[in-house]
Design a protein around this ligand. Structure first.
Ligand code: NAP
Length: 308
């Protein structure tokens, strides 16, 4: 029986692992399908405190892995299919044919940004296609960029990007934004933001280095096509939390995010904690995920002390 199983190897999972390992709980981490999490898909991370020169996302995640292993965390490269609660209040964690037992489980499986499903998407990530203005906006100074989406995220990203870009096209599939009025007014009132209504991206256009150089657009009302030259496209059409495997033991909100107890990382099931983007649609930052990983570790430690 494990003291703690941590599911996920992003910032939340590794931080939870460092803390629980240093508390002598020898955590077992289950990697998930994307070892290292979302930061492995970005290039340089400039906003994580402690790295004044910035650090590559993948290097930061390798460092977190090393740091957790140094204190005794173990990593199993597998994907969790489901979690169930046993009669003694411990948990069964199912990975294919193997079933692991643990007294506590920390779910840190993150969220995946939604993409449009167009060709070249994978190759373009980090080369002019991203889902994080906070992470990558500063790389696109004095050049035109586009944001796709019409919700709060799209408006927030577009407004933020006006600090750097020469122009921000806000491409939305309808003729009005879904965003809250205050965020929509802020975006539409910004002279650097030009809305492109009733339009969808049908193709990403690349230069001879394989980097983004623009998009092909289709007007969804009259069917007309056009091209827009931009150096980067920020996709803000929502995220999907990776919470599907844990149904029953936790409550999910309408968008599938795990609902934590107020001000805590604990969930409605004692001994089961959630940290990072799988439970947080609001901040969605590496540092806030790491903070929640730390909180979940401390709560798991206290829970174990209480039951033992
Ligand atoms: P969202 O509210 O679900 O909006 C997604 C947007 O993307 C919608 O405008 C949608 O179009 C569009 N979209 C979805 N699929 C698309 C597709 N395949 N092609 C083109 N467009 C597509 O997501 P979000 O903006 O990420 O916000 C998620 C939650 O976080 C919301 O509750 C939001 O209020 C909250 N949030 C809050 C803040 C803040 O308060 N500071 C900041 C960010 C997010 P339609 O409008 O046509 O459906």
């Amino acid at each position: 029986m494990e003291h703690v199983i941590i599911i996920g190897t992003g910032c939340a999972g590794y931080t939870a692992a460092i803390y629980t390992a240093r508390a002598n709980l020898t955590p077992l981490i289950i990697s998930g399908t994307q070892p290292g999490g979302q930061l492995t898909t970005t290039t340089e991370v400039e906003n994580f405190p402690g790295f004044p020169e910035g650090i590559m996302g993948s290097e930061m995640m390798m460092n977190m892995q090393k740091q957790s292993e140094k204190f005794g965390a173990r990593i199993q490269y597998a994907t969790v299919e489901s979690i169930s609660k046993n009669t003694d209040n411990s948990f069964s964690v199912k990975l294919g044919d193997e079933i692991l037992q643990a007294k506590t489980v920390i779910i840190a499986t993150g969220a995946a940004p939604k993409h449009l499903g167009l060709p070249k998407e994978r190759e373009l990530i980090g080369r002019g296609l991203t889902s994080c203005a906070t992470c990558d906006g500063a790389f696109y100074r004095d050049v035109p960029v586009a944001v796709i989406g019409g919700g709060d995220s799209a408006c927030e990203e577009a407004s933020f990007l006006t600090r750097f870009a020469s122009k921000v096209y806000l491409i939305h599939r309808r003729g009005e934004l879904r965003a809250s009025k205050i965020m929509a007014d802020r975006a539409l009132g910004n002279p650097k933001i030009e809305p492109v209504w009733n339009s969808g991206i049908t193709e990403y256009l690349t230069n001879d280095k394989g980097e983004m150089r623009g998009v092909k657009l289709q007007n969804l009302v009259d069917g007309s096509e056009s091209e827009l030259e931009v150096d980067c496209v920020f996709v803000a059409i929502g995220h999907v939390p990776n919470s599907g495997f844990v149904s029953g033991l936790v409550d999910l909100d309408l968008n599938g995010y795990i609902i934590q107890n107020p001000g805590r990382t604990s969930t409605k099931t004692p001994g089961l904690f959630a940290a990072g983007d799988v439970a947080d649609h609001y901040y969605r930052q590496a540092i806030t995920a790491a903070g929640q990983g730390c909180a979940a570790a401390l709560e798991a430690e206290r829970y174990l002390a209480d039951i033992e």
